[in-house]
Design a protein around this ligand. Structure first.
Ligand code: PLP
Length: 230
């Protein structure tokens, strides 16, 4: 086995262990391979080892890979910061967006999702640890935006995503993930289709699985250290 296949198997073992340790149903956590900065050959190695879902953060780079790999049955997830003038390319090329944090972007994605494609799956990105984390909605803003989705026929609101500041201790890692789970429960009456918690990365996937993650986004633990700043 090559290095990527080995690391992918190791990540799958970590997910299975965490599911068992925290009373989660086997197979209830899906793995999104975060392939930003990686060349298409690395994605192919992961694909040959059984991986189909890939997450990308940089639109131009992602579009090149989507084109290069278009003959393969891959599912593309956009997880990066959204710019208003880039929503059309996202709406046309991805199956999922995890990083919607602006009502204007949601409206544009809804208008621009091509009619021949299934609705775009959306997670709202929520910021739970005030200063340190990156972009995201406050819980109140997430409630407001979730309520707007009844008007978006081309989008399917699936759940919430968070990208907390790194924390070393397991119990500390769990806190923002627990808040995200509680917020999802609160939003359920507003949006009955909610079934996703996109949370957990290479260093904190166990804590995220313990708190109910349904999609973990893993880059470094599969592909090795990134070459350039991400
Ligand atoms: C880069 C990135 C990841 C993956 O991080 P790793 O620590 O490499 O596993 C997950 N989610 C988002 C939004 C990212 O930008």
């Amino acid at each position: 086995m090559n290095a990527i296949a080995n690391r992918l198997a190791e990540v799958q073992r970590r997910i299975e262990h965490a599911e068992q340790a925290h009373g989660r149903a086997p197979g209830s956590v899906r793995l999104l391979a975060v392939s930003k900065t990686r060349p298409p050959e690395d994605l192919l190695e992961a694909m040959w080892a059984g991986q189909r879902r890939f997450g990308e953060s940089y639109l131009q780079e992602a579009l090149e890979k989507i084109d290069a790999l278009r003959d393969h049955p891959l599912e593309w997830h956009f997880i990066g910061r959204i710019q208003s003038n880039k929503t059309r390319a996202i709406a046309e090329n991805f199956a999922w967006v995890h990083s919607v944090a602006d009502a204007k972007h949601a409206r544009r994605l809804n208008q621009q999702r091509p009619p021949e494609l299934p609705p775009l799956n959306v997670c709202l990105q929520v910021m739970l640890d005030l200063e340190e984390s990156k972009a995201g909605l406050s819980p109140d803003q997430a409630r407001e935006l979730a309520a707007e989705f009844t008007a978006f026929s081309r989008l399917r609101l699936r759940g919430l995503m968070t990208l907390p500041a790194p924390a070393a201790a397991f119990e500390q890692q769990r806190l923002p993930f627990r808040r995200l789970r509680q917020l999802l429960q609160e939003l359920r009456p507003l949006a009955p289709g909610l079934d996703c918690l996109s949370m957990g990365m290479s260093d904190d996937l166990e804590a995220a699985v313990a708190e109910g993650a349904t999609i973990v986004r893993i880059g470094t633990a599969i592909f090795g250290p990134r070459q350039r700043q991400a």
